[in-house]
Design a protein around this ligand. Structure first.
Ligand SMILES: [Zn+2]
Length: 949
């Protein structure tokens, strides 16, 4: 960022009018710093001014250096310029003379020009009056409606400003580092009440507007504009609870005479209240505001951490008797995430949007940490971490992946930073930091950072400095190591490393090298390097708990200060002190974001142990890592399937969550390809061999008592994989269960299928059962039920194997005037292309319907792109890839959303990988599979030839 933004305007006399319009830097000039906003907004939900607002704002600001203009943001609002006023708060309240205004529409700047200069260190007050529309939907200042039990329509308004929509509601300095105190006063019909970040100070009648009141809120602590929140509604709230530290907590939901909505908020309410208190203890800093309101908003997408008024998508926060175990866990995760933001994001705010990952990464990791404290017996964090590792290991190995701490300026670039990398990878690299510093230092570093920057802003440098300070004090890092140097290699470049461990069996050491791990290694020409914390154990030590690194892989340094390393070459030599009959395993409990390859002998030693009764001497997380690493390394050709598949075979003993979760996504990728080859029966043989024991252990499709949370979550996913591979009685049981449901009197009310099994049972019954099943489910979808089951029903309907039904269904999903939410469209086409018939139907549909130019309708283009992405991901043959490439090339320019273009590029990358894999490996893998299965049969003395040739 160039430093002299203030010198933007006129230097000469003649260029006054020209120069005025020329401030085109995407960041505001730094001459003025806002101190406080006094914001009054009247909202109209009824009458002639329906869905409009008008307001005024008094902004007190201090001059940092001389300026002859005030430049701030104003977006989609009308400013009533005749009321513009600037006053010097110099004791006399002298009004300043204004000399016209200007705009820079593309940057949404509003400029007031002055006849004289503002002097440094004086406080001025800018008064502006404005008005605008309340928008239908979920962005900016929006309105929504809902039907109550009497079928009356009721209205509400709420705000969602992150990242840059506050300017669409009131003129403001709309950048995250320009924090100020807000005093908000809302005018509205007295039939409603209103909520904001702070508690209500007083309610008074509106002097001019009949039946209106003014609700004035207490002044806030300093906060950025994107956290400002308010809502006018007629919601009900849960009983207010008060913490020992003094804050009040309650949750709000739309009015319902029978309080069904409030009951649905209870789970999120309990989690939120408890997590907030756990975090107070963890950080040693009390929650900063006197109250916290959580609000469930109908027809709103996502969740937002507004300070003191967290908003949630109603369907994602409501927990009812119909909520599955996974959905309930997702609620806990989401609420804990938003509570963690009250410190990371709200109390200390990232200076700029390029460090969004600081807010999001911490909220994700610390949210999960707090849940672990709340329900330790269930190990809720393990699920979050393994799921996140699974995603990041896969997406970040894509040649198109991007670094999450990258420079961004405005508009879509800012929105695009809220991606899976900021949330998922952000959390994972912070977990790595936690592991290599140890818990005490990690906690002390967070406290130091939060205390030092409370109510202010910070960047990643400040964070790393805090951790370096504490690590030096506690002697957690070798001398001269800096957390910044280490972490920059993880945050500022895309991807993650693979380390190659080659043992020297003569002298008991190992040589370690690093490289970026990519799904398509050939394309990589960069010289990436990571500072890698190396932890390891051996079959002699068997200590998987000590994750403090015994060695560091260092990168060549830019300065000489960090040069005194134990190696200055690309190879690190590490003494292992074991014999050639003992194995070594690196990256304990996957504490680091890296994959590990070994020489063949070490792999074989590991495979032997896993396939013995002593398999659980290796920690479950590392068993998961070995599965994920070996399958990925075999995928790109670094090791053979003659190592990876015998390793996979050990899963027949495996009953733990993490290894199965890591294994399933990799095996599913193989299934999709193998299913369309002649080799599938051998593959299915292995799938059945390894899955049957755990499937039975978890009780198949029936409810089983006494399962832990993570076992229940594993079961949900495992049954889908089991039925897809025709394990045990999975398909028969699924169809039986479905038929029982079909035969009950009132299927809307009575469903005998266990809640967590429904998505698998539905899909299996649709794919394998008769056509009546499809129409039965279609009727359920067409009648109004809650959102949870609607998405599930839609994805299940896509499982049909009947071409004519698939085509009819696809037509329905793709309707240009359809009102189906984008995420449902995406899930349904995804489900469809995962099916054999569905894939071919969807591909033909794409090629036929979209051969020419796309219609202009936004919805058509979005639906088309979702379908294109889903089909592309499932292409495995060269000829299919070629015809699709033409379609993609022709339509790429028509896809407006950068996000969707990015996803499409990722899908293309997967397609290229799939095509290459199938050509190179399908036969080889099949031959190994047959060998593995024959050996197994010989062991068990069963018939040999059932998997064919
Ligand atoms: Zn967040």
């Amino acid at each position: 960022m160039p430093g002299h933004l203030h010198s933007l305007l006129c230097v000469g006399l003649f260029c006054l009018s020209l120069c005025r319009a020329e401030y085109t830097h995407p960041r505001l000039p730094r001459a003025l710093k806002p101190l406080s906003y006094n914001l009054k907004i009247v909202s109209h939900l009824h009458g002639p001014k329906k869905f409009t607002f008008e307001g005024e704002v008094h902004i007190q600001m201090v001059t940092r250096f001389e300026t002859d203009n005030v430049t701030l943001h104003a977006g989609n609002i009308t400013i009533h310029e005749s009321q513009n006023k600037l006053i010097a708060l110099d004791g006399n309240d002298t009004a300043f003379e204004l000399d016209g205004t200007g705009e820079v529409p593309e940057l949404q700047y509003y400029m007031l020009f002055l006849t004289a200069k503002l002097v440094p260190d004086v406080v001025y007050e800018l008064r502006l009056a404005f008005s605008g529309d309340i928008i239908e939907g979920g962005d900016g200042y929006y309105w929504n409606k809902y039907q109550d039990r009497e079928n009356d329509t009721r209205y509400l308004t709420a705000t969602q400003f992150q990242p840059t929509l506050a300017r669409d509601v009131f003129p403001c300095f709309d950048e995250p580092q320009l924090k100020a105190n807000f005093t908000i006063t809302l005018g509205h019909d007295k039939a409603y009440h209103s909520l904001s970040n702070m508690p209500v100070k007083q309610i008074t009648p509106h002097p001019e507007l009949h039946k209106y009141v003014w609700t004035e809120f207490q002044e806030s602590v300093p906060m950025p504009t994107y956290l400002v929140a308010f809502s006018v509604n007629d919601f009900d709230h849960t009983t207010t609870v008060k913490s020992d530290s003094g804050f009040e907590f309650r949750s709000w939901a739309r009015h319902d005479r029978n309080s069904t909505t409030l009951r649905a908020m209870v789970y999120g309410n309990v989690i939120g209240f408890k997590v907030l208190q756990i975090l107070e203890k963890l950080f040693g800093i009390n929650y900063a505001l006197p109250k916290m309101d959580q609000m469930a908003v109908p027809n709103y997408a996502g969740a937002m951490e507004h300070w003191g008024l967290v908003t949630y998508q109603e369907s994602r926060i409501f927990s009812t008797a119909e909520t599955t175990v996974s959905e309930r866990h997702a609620i806990a995760e989401m609420v804990a995430h938003e509570m963690a933001h009250q410190w990371f994001g709200n109390l200390v705010t990232a200076k700029w949007w390029s460090d969004v990952w600081l807010n999001e990464g911490f909220a994700s990791y610390i949210g999960c940490y707090a849940l672990q404290e709340l329900m330790p017996a269930h190990e809720p964090c393990e699920h979050t971490i393994v799921a996140s590792l699974n995603t990041i290991f896969s997406t970040d190995a894509n040649n198109n992946s991007r670094s999450f701490a990258r420079s961004v300026m405005d508009g879509e670039e800012i929105s695009a930073t809220f991606d899976e990398f900021s949330y998922g990878k952000g959390g994972i690299v912070l977990r790595m930091l936690h592991h290599f510093l140890g818990t005490d230092t990690f906690k002390a570093g967070m406290r130091d950072y939060l205390q030092r920057f409370a109510y202010g802003n910070a960047g990643r440098k400040d964070l790393w400095a805090a951790f370096t300070r504490v690590a030096e004090e506690n002697k957690n890092l070798p001398d001269n190591f800096s957390v910044a140097t280490i972490m920059n290699t993880w945050t500022r470049q895309p991807g993650y490393p693979l380390i190659n461990v080659t043992r020297n069996y003569n002298d008991g050491t190992a040589n370690v090298t690093q490289q970026r791990f990519l799904q398509d290694q050939q394309e990589d020409t960069r010289q990436d390097c990571w500072w890698i914390p190396l932890s390891f154990t051996t079959s002699k030590r068997l200590d998987f708990m000590d994750t403090v690194p015994r060695h560091w892989f260092q990168c060549p340094s830019e300065s000489d200060s960090v040069k005194d390393t134990n190696t200055d070459s690309d190879v690190l030599n590490i003494p292992l002190q074991i014999s050639d009959k003992q194995w070594a395993i690196f990256n304990l409990r996957i504490s680091g974001l890296y994959k590990v390859n070994y020489d063949r002998h070490n792999w074989e030693l590991i495979v032997d142990t896993l396939n013995s009764e002593h398999y659980n001497k290796i920690h479950a997380l590392n068993r998961g890592q070995l599965l994920d690493d070996s399958l990925n390394l075999a995928w790109v050709g670094y090791i053979g399937y003659d190592v990876a598949l015998p390793l996979v075979k050990y899963l027949r003993r495996e009953l733990e969550y993490s290894p199965w979760l890591m294994a399933m996504s990799n095996l599913q990728k193989l299934t999709h390809i193998m299913r369309r080859t002649v080799h599938y029966p051998s593959f299915r043989g292995l799938a059945q061999l390894i899955t049957t024991p755990i499937y039975k252990h978890l009780g198949g499709l029936k409810d089983k008592k006494g399962l832990m949370l993570k076992q229940k979550m594993l079961k949900t996913q495992l049954v889908a994989w089991a039925c897809a591979n025709r394990v045990d009685r999975c398909i028969k049981d699924a169809i039986d269960l479905f038929l029982r449901w079909r035969s009950v009197n009132d299927p809307e009310k009575h469903n005998p299928i266990p809640l967590d099994m429904r998505s698998t049972v539905y899909c299996t019954a649709i794919a394998e059962g008769d056509e009546i099943n499809w129409y039965f489910l279609w009727r359920r979808y067409s009648s109004p039920t809650d959102h949870h089951s609607r998405g599930m029903l839609l994805s299940a309907l896509a499982c049909t194997q009947r071409p004519w039904v698939a085509l009819k269904f696809l037509d329905f999903i793709m309707r240009p005037n359809g009102v189906m939410p984008d995420e449902d469209v995406s899930a349904a086409v995804e489900a469809m292309t995962n099916q054999d018939v569905g894939f071919h139907i969807a591909k033909a549909y794409l090629m036929e319907r979209f051969a020419g130019k796309l219609p202009k309708s936004r919805k058509t283009i979005i639906n088309f792109t979702h379908l294109l992405i889903a089909v592309t991901r499932n292409i495995h043959t060269k000829s299919e890839a070629q015809s699709l490439a033409i379609l993609i090339r022709n339509h790429m320019p028509e896809i407006q959303s950068e996000e969707l273009v990015y996803k499409l590029r990722q899908a293309v990358s997967s397609m290229v990988g799939n095509v290459k894999w199938r050509a190179r490996n399908a036969k080889k893998a099949a031959s190994v599979l047959r060998k593995v299965m024959r050996l197994q049969e010989a062991e068990e003395g069963i018939r040999v030839d059932k998997y064919g040739g």
